[in-house]
Design a protein around this ligand. Sequence first.
Ligand SMILES: [Zn+2]
Length: 175
Amino acid sequence: MINGISQSKAICQPKSMGIGLLDSQSKSIPTFNLFETEPWLLDVAKKAINNFHIPWHCDDALIAETKKEAIRCLAAGVRSKSFLNELVPKVFKTKRDATHGIAKITSCGHEAINLYRLAEIGEKRFVWRYCELLCDFPEHSKLDGKEFSLNKGHKGEFPSSRYGCRCRGSIRMPT
Ligand SMILES: [Zn+2]
């Protein structure tokens, strides 16, 4: 029976063999970090975030710092508490708002990578996916399920290319 147990353990709890598998030897769940395996993708995200328009009424230096923090969050998956503490009195009312603000900016980077990857596999178009709970622009519901060019988007607008939009672009289904 001991053999039986250890065998089933071996099947159910594989030792860490790479990204995404639960390491039974460790109490913490290993995190998947795209940028460790493909660091160049971070440049795609950086470019998108640096070009991102943030509709805040504060000075350019603070916006630049915030973008830097968003890129850091994207790469490391964590937010620096000291940065949030500084940002809260200057831009946001609460820490929670600040966290959401950073998440909205990182979303732009994530989606830029997503669309880049679609183009990379030879796609010319994408399908706009809207989620009412995540996107701040109700008018994006009209774009849901529609196809747009990966070059032009919808009148130059792409999923997550506006602050507060967390729409996604997905691959077209074969017809
Ligand atoms: Zn949207």
